[in-house]
Design a protein. Structure first.
Length: 370
């Protein structure tokens, strides 16, 4: 992920972007969506996108351009700088502080994302009277973990939700890069989808599974399911399952010591229909906010709750592979074992799940099937 130093043209482009966004609210909204999409994909290319990604995953960088610059170098220019002294040869190639500060100003001051602390905003002269309350509501600088969730089994015996947890959120870019690199090596085109697994591509999916396993030091999987028969409202049940899966997952990770509270939490579920997603997200966010206050004494800050298009997110695609693998084992019909069955067992067993057990013991302490 090498970058050359910001050129005068790049600085001029950032200056033009800054001025344009100040004047045109329509352009501002479009730019905001572009930046958020780049963050979601974990493949930021522009300096602005990369700085936004850093501000999202490293809250401490919001108050310090120098800290943001160091993280930028270590993340996106690791071949030039990995810590310690900077070589004379590499310094001119590293992203300049002015460029990073300008990108940070666009993200924070114009787009209103990942705002700095009130003290720093006051120092920077950006804490206007009408913005004080908003600044006070900025998320605390706790470590961040990211949850990517999906569902399965709407026509099977079990209705299921499953999720990928990245306990060190900044490693989302490492996992994404590893998957994209493996795709390139094996000539894999498009998205990873469990339903697309067949005889012709099983080897490719197993190779991608290998890339996931090799970069799994900071990930965890959670699942939750109920018997579908007798349910009055499937969508309402799914919302409840997502909520309880997250609550049980938080408790488990805190108890285990892998992700001790306090934490900032980002929850994303696979997007479906826009109107249904909006209602679902509103319901899940409200319940998580209440749980943060009543169950976790405010030690879980609900930062992001949103629906995300899996086409831009390899991590959401992993969530699909996971929950579909659970569904394939629990909802399997009688018949010959096929490529999907083979992959499902390999996926689950790779993460310590005993697929021969009826209840998939070993999946996680927080998994419940009833």
């Amino acid at each position: 992920m090498n970058d050359i130093a910001a050129t005068p043209t790049e600085d001029e482009d950032q200056e033009e972007l800054f001025v344009t966004l100040q004047k045109k609210s329509k352009d501002k909204e479009a730019e905001k969506m572009r930046v958020l999409s780049a963050i979601a994909s974990n493949s930021p290319a522009r300096v602005t996108d990369r700085v936004a990604w850093i501000l999202n995953h490293y809250p401490q960088a919001r108050d310090s351009d120098i800290q943001c610059q160091i993280i930028y170098w270590k993340t996106f220019q690791v071949d030039l700088y990995s810590g310690g002294d900077i070589s004379f040869e590499n310094y001119p190639k590293l992203q300049r502080l002015h460029s990073i500060a300008r990108a940070r100003a666009v993200v924070q001051n114009i787009l209103g994302l990942f705002i700095a602390s009130p003290e720093v905003r006051k120092f920077r002269g950006k804490l206007e009277e009408e913005e004080k309350q908003r600044a006070l509501e900025v998320r605390p600088s706790h470590p961040v973990y990211c949850i990517y969730a999906d569902e399965s089994g709407k026509t099977g015996k079990y209705l299921l939700v499953g999720s990928l947890w990245v306990l060190r959120s900044y490693e989302t870019i490492k996992i994404t890069a590893a998957i994209n690199q493996k795709k390139k090596e094996i000539g894999f085109k498009g998205e990873m989808h469990f339903k697309e697994i067949g005889k012709g591509n099983l080897d490719a999916y197993e190779a991608l599974l290998g890339a996931i396993i090799q970069n799994s030091s900071s990930i965890s999987f959670k699942g939750l399911g109920v018997i579908r028969s007798g349910l009055y409202n499937v969508d309402d049940t799914l919302n409840k399952l997502f909520y309880h899966m997250v609550i049980q997952g938080i408790s488990e990770e805190n108890k285990s010591g892998r992700a001790v509270l306090p934490r900032n939490l980002q929850f994303r579920k696979d997007a479906e229909e826009s109107s249904k997603d909006k209602l679902s997200i509103m319901e899940i966010e409200l319940q998580l906010q209440n749980a943060s206050k009543n169950l976790f004494q405010g030690n879980v800050y609900i930062d992001i709750v949103e629906a995300e298009d899996s086409s831009i997110s390899p991590l959401m695609q992993i969530a699909d592979l996971f929950v579909s693998s659970i569904s394939r084992v629990l909802n399997k019909e009688e018949g010959k074992e096929g490529p999907k069955d083979i992959f499902a067992k390999k996926f689950l067993e790779a993460f310590g799940v005993d697929t021969k057990d009826e209840h998939l013991d070993g999946l996680s302490e927080c998994v419940r099937f009833s």
